[in-house]
Design a protein around this ligand. Structure first.
Ligand code: NDP
Length: 502
């Protein structure tokens, strides 16, 4: 491990290197499994944001003028270096989030593909040449936005950041990142990877700190051309309105309340296999968590019985142990939110079928553990069915016909993702097309790829990550019109009929 981060105190990453915060302050990052202090991290504030934006502004001209194939080479090299340092990244990601190693090894193992995919897009992207009337050459260019800001959460710290960094770099932008203060370590460490890949100093900067301080300073900074936030819907509204004051572009990947809709004909065991993954992966702390399991009445009881039985068998344990299936929640605050909603669910009259408490035993005394929890008898108007809990809680609801299933699935303010489980291909597409959700899986859940657009309808967000849509959202269009005529430029000569606008 390079000496720079062997020490327990991590700096900010600005202009291609580590430095302390201007205030000299640090904050502690905990390991959620036992609440031990993992690292002290420099606490960035407005002065540090100014320094990071200035570094990114200085770096922008050089990087934006670097030919796309050279940018792609740096990105391919970054992918290679990241693969070489994967064990280190996975270990740190597990420690700072508490998520099971088996999940994060699989998730982080794919992240180099984002740099390869977007690097290739930058190389192959062609400017368009729309038709134009008369002796003109008319073409458009996609040019980078400038310095962009990324504000990211703690649940998938490196994946979510990668979804923003790769298209930003490919398009030629420079950037300042404000990661969650709960999990800033891998975003910081990525600075070394990008530097070693040959990225010019100042293109990628990270200022860890708190949302209301460093986050807000970045959001309202006049030198920022776009703010891309992944976080809760309320944070999205705050950040979007701050950004709006400067007409800064805003993209928000926000909250969700994903439905899994299971039709008759699907084996209850298959529904339960899917639900265990969709509901409890990341200890339920994902924006596309299958938090509402909407099951046809004909298979409802069999699904519930098996779901309850198998939920009891999920293996909680040390997140670094490859056999562990469910780790702790990320923080005391997150566990308090989950406990509050479990109380609300019981008060609302839902049936607590399994879980609903902290696990017992010495291994769970410290840290933020909570048992995977299933509520049955849930009505869609209950708060546990409407509000994002962001924890290992699934609400099971029966339905009688397709219309009712669609109404239940669409019946929240969110619209990020949904999954449809059926053996009937016509029904699969018919129902998928009526889901008010930006991502719909058929007989699958939570599958993600650098080429597949990701983002929400309704209150789940604005904009798209992944795919060419994300690349386009990190560019702006410049139109260049060339008059090829050698006739004299004289707008009085057209005999009274203004031809200039024809
Ligand atoms: P938060 O909304 O609490 O925070 C997200 C980021 O925004 C953090 O870095 C936070 O800083 C920062 N922030 C908070 N307030 C401000 C502010 N006023 N100005 C600027 N920045 C601010 O989300 P969580 O970190 O708790 O993550 C969970 C949420 O993220 C869930 O709602 C989840 O659904 C959503 N999410 C959405 C995804 C998607 O793809 N749609 C994917 C993953 C998560 P700080 O850490 O200091 O609070």
């Amino acid at each position: 491990m390079p000496a720079e981060h062997e020490q327990r105190t991590w700096g900010l990453w600005i202009d291609g290197g580590w430095r302390p915060a201007a205030s000299g302050r640090t904050f502690a990052v905990e390991n959620p499994k036992d609440a031990s202090v993992l690292a002290e991290v420099a606490e960035g504030g407005a002065t540090d944001i100014d320094a990071a934006v200035a570094a990114a502004q200085r770096a922008f001209d050089g990087w934006s003028e670097t030919p796309p194939e050279a940018r792609a080479r740096v990105m391919a090299k970054a992918a290679e270096i990241l693969r070489g340092r994967m064990d280190e990244f996975v270990r740190i990601e597990v420690d700072q989030t508490g998520r099971a190693r088996r999940e994060l090894a699989a998730q982080l193992g794919r992240l180099p593909e984002w740099y390869e995919y977007f690097g290739a897009l930058a190389r192959t992207h062609e400017d368009t040449v729309p038709p134009f009337n008369g002796p003109f050459l008319n073409y458009t260019r996609r040019v980078p936005l400038g310095v962009v800001g990324h504000v990211t959460p703690w649940n998938h710290p490196l994946l979510i950041l990668t979804k923003k960094v790769a298209p930003s770099l490919a398009a030629g932008n420079s950037m300042v990142v404000k990661p969650s203060e709960l999990a800033p370590l891998t975003p910081l460490l990525l600075g070394e990877v990008l530097r070693d890949a040959g990225l010019p100093d100042g293109v990628y900067n990270v200022v860890p700190g708190f949302g209301a301080d460093a986050g807000a300073a970045l959001t309202r900074h006049q030198g920022i051309r776009k703010i891309d936030l992944t976080g809760g819907t309320e944070t999205g509204k705050t950040v979007a309105s701050l950004a709006g004051r400067n007409l800064t572009r805003f993209a928000g990947e926000l909250g969700g309340k994903a439905a899994m809709v299971a039709f008759p004909g699907v084996a209850p065991q298959a529904v339960v296999n899917a639900a265990l993954f969709a509901s409890f992966v990341a200890t339920g702390q994902t924006c596309v968590q299958g938090s509402r399991l909407i099951v046809h009445r004909s298979i409802h009881d069999a699904v519930v019985e098996e779901l309850v039985t198998r939920t009891r068998t999920l293996r909680l344990g040390d997140p670094q142990d490859l056999r562990t299936q469910v780790g702790p929640l990320v923080s005391e605050r997150q566990r308090a939110i989950v406990e509050k909603y479990v109380r609300i669910g019981q008060e609302e009259g839902a049936t607590l079928a399994v879980g609903g408490r902290r696990p017992e035993g010495a291994a769970y005394e410290r840290g933020y553990w909570y048992l995977p929890t299933v509520f049955t008898g849930v009505r869609n108007d209950m708060r546990i069915a409407q509000e994002e809990i962001f924890g290992p809680v699934v609400c099971v609801m029966p339905f009688d016909d397709e219309e009712e299933a669609i109404a239940l699935a669409n019946g929240t303010e969110f619209g990020l993702a949904a999954s449809v489980w059926t053996e009937d291909v016509r029904q699969a597409h018919r129902v998928a097309h009526r889901m008010q959700a930006g991502i719909v899986w058929i007989n699958d859940h939570h599958r993600i790829d650098p080429a597949s657009p990701w983002g929400g309808f309704k209150m789940s967000g604005i904009g798209r990550e992944n795919g060419i849509a994300a690349y386009h959202e990190y560019t702006q269009i410049q139109n260049v019109i060339v008059n090829l005529s050698s006739a004299p430029f004289d707008w009085f000569a057209d005999d009274g009929a203004m031809k200039r606008y024809s």
